[in-house]
Design a protein around this ligand. Structure first.
Ligand SMILES: [Fe+2]
Length: 260
């Protein structure tokens, strides 16, 4: 599996504090079957790019530590950029592996700012591909999942959090995750790992849930194939999304009972 969303370096943001924490997170990921991890620390405003040098230095140190401790994980560098009209995308860490194409972007939790649709459209016209981080946790998408459909139709891609699929962020988030998966609107599942306990760097359980609910082909696409293309900067031709369907509570349980 390839994880495109994580906060792994120590003392950068709300991720781990010590190198011991960092290495423990990576060991958990390795045991869980992850082979590659993209490190995407928060860039909350353009001022945060002042710490880019520190991030790159710690990233290189982590590569050395991984070698010394013989951990079987390859790391890549990117960022999780807070959406704003003047956000800068030309820095080394703005796009994955500095590929000048794919960037991970997050919205405020409560909704989607009005400037975003036109802003993204202009960026997509220039050949950039916004990857929207955890849309299933966004209030605007929870209230109206059609917003996610609109963004994908315009050329954005969606990254879902493993914890959302597993119900770790509550029922409305889990239901929204299910609605988006049902409509083929999800292109990646990432851990958004911050620590070893509450937000671990793990994908395995979510992969099992996706394979069980939506099939092995889809699981491979979301946990391996599409993330691999982001890391390599290769084009992704996403499946045509289906119109949003509301969840019929208890429907799948009922069907299982009838057809068992
Ligand atoms: Fe994150």
């Amino acid at each position: 599996m390839i994880d495109i969303h994580s906060h792994v370096l120590p003392k950068i943001d709300d991720g781990p504090v010590t190198w011991e924490d960092t290495m423990a997170m990576l060991r958990q990921a390795e045991e869980d079957g992850t082979k590659e991890v993209a490190i995407t620390h928060h860039i909350l405003s353009n001022l945060d790019y002042e710490r880019e040098g520190e991030i790159i230095t710690k990233f290189k140190e982590l590569q050395e530590r991984i070698k010394i401790e013989k951990i079987g994980i390859k790391i890549h560098l990117g960022a999780e950029i807070y959406s704003q009209p003047d956000m800068e995308l030309f820095h080394t860490i703005s796009t994955y592996n500095d590929n000048k194409k794919y960037f991970l972007v997050e919205f405020p939790m409560q909704g989607i700012p009005t400037f975003v649709a036109d802003h993204f459209f202009a960026l997509i016209s220039d050949g950039m591909v916004p990857i929207i981080a955890h849309p299933e946790r966004n209030g605007g998408v929870i209230r109206k999942p059609e917003r996610a459909y609109e963004f994908v139709q315009r050329g954005a891609l969606l990254q879902m959090n493993a914890g959302s699929i597993l119900g770790r962020h509550g029922a409305p988030v889990k239901d929204t995750a299910t609605i988006l998966l049902n409509s083929d609107l999800v292109h990646f599942v990432g851990s958004d790992g911050h620590n070893t306990k509450r937000r671990p760097l793990q994908l395995g359980a979510a992969r099992n849930a996706v394979a069980e609910g939506w099939g092995e082909y889809r699981a491979n696409l979301l946990f391996q194939e599409n993330p691999g293309k982001v890391i390599a900067g290769e084009p992704i031709n996403p499946q045509e999304p289906l119109p949003i369907q509301p969840l019929l509570k208890g429907f799948s349980k009922l069907m299982k009972k009838i057809f068992k």
